[in-house]
Each structure stands twice: as structure tokens, then as C-alpha cells.
Design a protein around this ligand. Structure first.
Ligand SMILES: [Ca+2]
Ligand SMILES: [Ca+2]
Length: 142
């Protein structure tokens, strides 16, 4: 996944510290910060950001094995609040990004399942592809 964090043009100064984290959160509802939230990654950032400056992170995130389903994905910067932001502490979370997580299943004959989402067709469909005795086969269209 990829995101951009910005020190807004209305900020008073370059960030007073150079190290903080960006946090990736899955929430089953539209409320960030309540009990259903699941923190899936805290990504360390290194480098002060000037007024109006930004940085973009692109990284892989490992999802918990029981995370399949419908979620709202959030990005929260400075979750441990090590960056003093005067009166602007309240704008550190992204809007929700709806996401459906489905994990590939293993083929009954031992092959590895592969899925590809097809958004916009009544939800995500998938094809599970596998090798069956050396020949490709297709299983399970949802
Ligand atoms: Ca929540
Ligand atoms: Ca802060």
C-alpha cells in the first residue's frame, strides 16, 4: 500500500522532531479509535518535514490471518503523539477507505490458490487457479 503524509501549509514550523510512525488500521465500523480497530502496522518514519512538505511511503503490509472480510482502512500519522502540532493534532487520520480482504485458499490437491478481485460486478469475485496433476484447472467462481 502507499500513502502520503503532509505537514500542512498552515503549520507553524518544520516538524520539531524527525522520527515518528505512520499507522495502518483496519476498522469494521466507521469510527476510528474504538474497540473493533485492529492495528496492522506501525511504520517508522525518519526525517523532519518542512511546512508544506510531504513524504510518500510505499510498503507491503502483512495482514493478520483472520482479517478476511469487509473493513475500512485508515492511515494515522503520529499515533504515539511524539510530534507536537500546536492546535492541529486533530487532522492526523485519513478518511476511511473501504476494502474487502480475501485470502487465497489452497487447492484440495495441494496447489496454491490465486485470486484476483473484480470490483464493480456486485462485489469481489475470484477465480482460484491451481495445478491439478500437472494441468491447470479452475475452481470456485464466487
Ligand atoms: Ca472502529
Ligand atoms: Ca502529534
Amino acid at each position: 500500500m502507499s500513502w502520503t503524509t503532509r505537514n500542512g501549509s498552515n503549520a507553524g514550523a518544520t516538524t520539531p522532531v524527525a522520527a515518528w510512525h505512520d499507522r495502518v488500521v483496519l476498522s469494521s465500523d466507521l469510527i476510528l479509535g474504538n474497540a473493533d480497530d485492529r492495528v496492522v502496522a506501525n511504520i517508522a518514519h525518519d526525517g523532519a518535514v518542512p511546512v508544506g512538505g510531504s513524504y510518500t511511503v510505499t510498503t507491503n503490509v502483512t495482514l493478520p490471518p483472520d482479517a478476511s472480510g469487509n473493513w475500512n482502512l485508515y492511515l494515522v500519522t503520529d499515533p504515539f503523539n511524539v510530534v507536537y502540532e500546536f492546535q492541529y493534532e486533530g487532522n492526523n487520520a485519513s478518511t476511511n477507505q473501504p476494502i474487502t480482504i480475501r485470502f487465497a485458499r489452497s487447492h484440495p490437491d495441494g496447489g496454491d490458490g490465486v485470486r484476483g478481485g473484480q470490483p464493480g460486478r456486485g462485489g469481489f469475485g475470484f477465480l482460484e487457479r491451481a495445478e491439478h496433476r500437472g494441468r491447470p484447472c479452475l475452481r470456485g467462481l464466487v
